[in-house]
Design a protein around this ligand. Structure first.
Ligand SMILES: Cc1ncc(C[n+]2csc(CCOP(=O)(O)OP(=O)(O)O)c2C)c(N)n1
Ligand SMILES: [Mg+2]
Length: 345
């Protein structure tokens, strides 16, 4: 029997604080790769901030904000090989942008337009899962299937702290470990499931501890540290490709935006903590690191922001230029034999 130790309780960090805590580094990450991570974070941050504006302008529908989660998404996605598959939740709706998906596709998804449903094979990004944790078994099944076919592809599933209370998460985790599926289970522990705090979610000391029950390693990283997430994901993928099975990564962060645009967190969250977390947000931390290293200049930072903004402007224009969908599309794949009311209407 493989012996699995309880999760690492120390939270892994690479980025220092610019004062007492020294910066570390990740083997194999040169300047170009460091800047790719930066550009990815700027792109997602810009996507998120613009989306909130578009929502307020009535140009997209309800939107799940991921401000402050960019380090988790970019650090893990950029550790993947091209052939690896991504299984996102609504919190990672724009992660396909890191694989070349145009912003108008994701913006169309939030507009409820059929152009927002892409072919998963094109980007190796599965459909956005809104039901909590249902995509964990999908990711694991994909990974197991790839292994059976002798392919090297891994799958990564993104889900939240609340998802770890769902049956589908436990089924997926067990299945992954038993089958030694090459999967990475990446939990964004942002401390909230809408208004339910982590303290009301579990009695486990850490979410990573849940991994031990299934016989897989549980790793804890600072989810505001893009390099720590990158490193932990790289190691998990190496294990998976070596035939050693899945890894559970708990990326610790704090949701310092509403759950989604329809939520009013002021009635349940601690405003002081939110202010503190916002001051310590992940993109600013990474910018500080790159500047201390002498890798990021004002010019490069401005270029990244301008490029991301231009892509968003083009994206919303392209999404709004699409003709409205045919209302019949709602029923197109719902019935083999439509009921009379629909058939005749
Ligand atoms: C199966 C299921 N039950 C309930 C919901 C309603 N719901 C939407 S988001 C959410 C909270 C999920 O929290 P968490 O897993 O921590 O993810 P986060 O939104 O914080 O990223 C719930 C309960 C749902 N979408 N699916
Ligand atoms: Mg959560």
């Amino acid at each position: 029997m493989a012996q699995v130790l309880p999760a690492e309780h120390d939270v892994r960090r690479i980025i220092g604080d610019g004062e007492e805590v020294a910066d570390g580094e990740v083997d194999g990450l040169g300047d170009a790769a460091l800047l790719d991570l930066y550009r990815g974070m700027v792109l997602l941050r810009t996507y998120d901030e613009r989306s909130l504006v578009y929502h307020r302008q009535g140009r997209i529908g309800t939107y799940a904000i991921f401000w402050g989660h960019e380090a988790i998404q970019v650090g893990s996605a950029l550790a993947l090989a091209d052939e690896d598959w991504i299984f996102p939740s609504y919190r990672e709706s724009a992660i396909g942008l890191l694989r070349g998906m145009p912003p108008e596709t994701v913006l169309s998804w939030w507009r409820g337009h059929p152009a927002g449903w892409w072919d998963p094979r094109e980007y190796r990004v599965a459909s956005i899962a809104v039901p909590i944790a249902t995509h964990v078994p999908h990711a694991v099944g994909y990974a197991w299937g790839a292994k059976l076919k002798g392919e090297l592809a891994c799958a990564i599933a993104y889900f939240g702290d609340g998802a770890t209370s769902e049956g589908a998460f436990h089924e997926g985790a067990n299945f992954a470990a038993v089958m030694r599926a090459p999967a990475v289970l990446l939990c964004n522990n942002n401390q909230w499931a809408i208004s339910t705090p982590l303290s009301a979610q579990t009695r486990a000391e850490s979410l990573a501890d849940k991994a031990a029950g299934y016989g897989m390693p549980g790793v804890r990283v600072d989810g505001g540290d893009v390099l720590a997430v990158y490193q932990a994901t790289t190691e998990a993928l190496a294990r998976a490709r070596a035939g050693e099975g899945p890894t559970f990564i708990e990326a610790l962060t704090y949701r310092c935006a509403p759950h989604a645009t329809a939520d009013d967190p002021s009635v349940y969250w601690d405003a002081e903590r939110v202010d503190e977390e916002r001051r310590n947000e992940c993109l600013g931390r990474y910018e500080g690191y790159l500047r201390r290293l002498g890798v990021l200049t004002d010019e490069l930072a401005e270029e990244a922001r301008a490029d991301a903004l231009a892509r968003m402007k083009e994206g919303i224009a392209a999404a709004e230029a699409l003709p409205p969908p045919d209302p019949d599309v709602v029923f197109a794949h719902a019935y083999v034999d439509p009921p009379p009311g629909l058939r005749d209407g």
